[in-house]
Design a protein around this ligand. Structure first.
Ligand code: C2E
Ligand code: MG
Ligand code: MG
Ligand code: MG
Length: 287
């Protein structure tokens, strides 16, 4: 009896695995067509000066509106896009879209774009960036690319070459999610970054955990000695903002200042301004 029920479970698992594999293949197929089917769009989250709360730029964040599954979060679909190689064309779309949108913004407002590690393995990345700038007319000094440390773990030579070529255009490079990666310190020494973004996990516990506060203080100190300004992400409360200011962190980003939302200088934003004084800072509909 035990044997037959064991067999039953095995059959059940086989079916379950089949279904998962089918579902995954369907998702991959949909992802490959997401651009041409107009299912991708960008939202923008403000980066502010910690001391004043004034907006200095926006980070573009990708959204996939799936016709049956609804909005799929990037933490879920970007890794799939990376695995199947679709991230290269998706990333190119993001760069073009972000530059074209930001070209219509005031000249003192910059745009930050996330670039996948996989894109950094493709030698044509600098040419893709160049083209996004040229066709939008955006000044290179208003564009910032955000990369994570894993970009420099494989094919270091290609990644480093791209990094230098892109910075030579005047585009800035920020290291994203700093502190949760592998060899943070040696990367700081080996690669020229313009900015460091402290991962939001440290910011989340900064007001009630002395260890997180020490880590933030150490990263700010590191940034100062490497001449790389520090941005804190995931700021959700005034207490966190105040502590980051006290620690000398010049820029910040988080729900406290504004959620990701549509084009902050687009027509829809102007309509929102009329309806509510909070304007685009009221942000993404779900609280
Ligand atoms: P990231 O680049 O570190 O972006 C910050 C993430 O934190 C965003 O999540 C943002 O909505 C969220 N966030 C901002 N403020 C707060 C806060 O105060 N509290 C909390 N809990 N979260 C906050 P999102 O938009 O879901 O994006 C997740 C990740 O997906 C991004 O992390 C980035 O790694 C990746 N991603 C997003 N768009 C793109 C893209 O266009 N290309 C690539 N390659 N990756 C992207
Ligand atoms: Mg980012
Ligand atoms: Mg981050
Ligand atoms: Mg992240």
């Amino acid at each position: 009896r035990a044997k037959s029920s064991g067999r039953g479970i095995a059959v059940f698992f086989d079916q379950e695995m089949d279904e998962l594999a089918r579902d995954r293949r369907a998702l991959e197929h949909d992802l490959r067509h997401a651009i041409t089917r107009n299912q991708l769009h960008l939202v923008f989250q403000p980066l502010v000066a910690t001391a004043f709360g004034s907006v200095v730029g926006y980070e573009a964040l990708l959204r996939w509106q799936h016709p049956e599954r609804g909005e799929i979060p990037p933490d879920f679909f970007i890794p799939i896009a990376e695995e199947i190689g679709a991230i290269v064309s998706i990333g190119e779309w993001v760069l073009r879209e972000a530059c074209a949108t930001a070209a219509g913004w005031p000249a003192n407002i910059s745009i930050a774009v996330n670039v996948s590690t996989v894109q950094f393995q493709v030698p044509s990345l600098p040419a893709i960036v160049r083209d996004a700038l040229d066709s939008s007319g955006l000044d290179a000094r208003r564009l910032e690319l955000e990369v994570t440390e894993t970009a420099f773990m494989r094919n270091r030579q290609i990644a480093l070459k791209s990094l230098h070529e892109i910075r030579a255009m005047g585009v800035r490079i920020a290291m994203d999610d700093f502190g949760i990666g592998y060899s943070s310190l040696s990367n700081l020494k080996a690669f020229p970054f313009d900015k460091i973004k402290i991962d939001k996990s440290f910011v989340a516990s900064i007001s009630d955990d002395e260890a997180s506060r020490s880590i933030v203080r150490a990263i700010v100190g590191l940034g100062r000695s490497f001449n790389m300004p520090i941005v804190a992400e995931g700021v959700e409360t005034e207490a966190q903002r105040q502590m980051l200011l006290d620690e000398g962190c010049p820029q910040a980003q988080g729900y406290y200042f504004g959620r990701p939302a549509g084009d902050p200088f687009g027509d829809a934003a102007r309509d929102r301004q009329v309806k509510s004084p909070a304007g685009h800072l009221s942000g993404e509909s779900t609280a």
